[in-house]
Write a protein that binds this ligand. Sequence first.
Ligand SMILES: [Zn+2]
Length: 216
Amino acid sequence: MSDWFDSGYEGIPKADEEYEKRGGGELRRFWLKPGASAEIVFETDEPLCFWEHHLKLGGSWQNWFTCRRDSEDGCHICENGDNPAYVGVFVIRDMTGWESKKGKGRQGVGRRMLFVVKRKTLKMIQTLKERREDGLVGLRFAVSRSDENSANCGDLFDFLRNEDMSALPDAGDMPNLMEMFKPLTNVEMASEVGGGSSSGGKGGGGGGSTEDDIPF
Ligand SMILES: [Zn+2]
């Protein structure tokens, strides 16, 4: 099994484990509807920061790509005219969850989420952190979003109390953010978002540059 593939299904349980450990694919981004509030607890207070593209693809805005602007071969998505935003990622627990529509009460309280904020909110969190000697980890905040023009992670943070982290539901190992947000190659980007590139051709599966696409 030193190869990069599994024949058949034997590998699935191991992959499940791996995903669980990573906190992987299931880690969602926290966001608030305009006018809404929620309570969160910080699990990290040193953000992983980078430039990020947020694109509407096939009618959906659920598409984020880490920008490659500082890499030697540049960034396919920048070249296609999109401006990336500078973001910082924290890991949090959502202490509010949501009300079940099937009458099961509150769901998802304590679930781990990604807290991805833009520059303005990043600066605000930096200020919050600088005011506290011990940082933000374990602190519970009420966060509110004033309206549709304010940051979708909230623009008002109100400190509530120190949380007993050991009392939170077990969420496994902390996610590896570096791995999670590692940029795609330009070829991978082109095949995900389409658009022209210097190697020509619109859309399609990355045009004629498939040799570069083999990661093994
Ligand atoms: Zn870019």
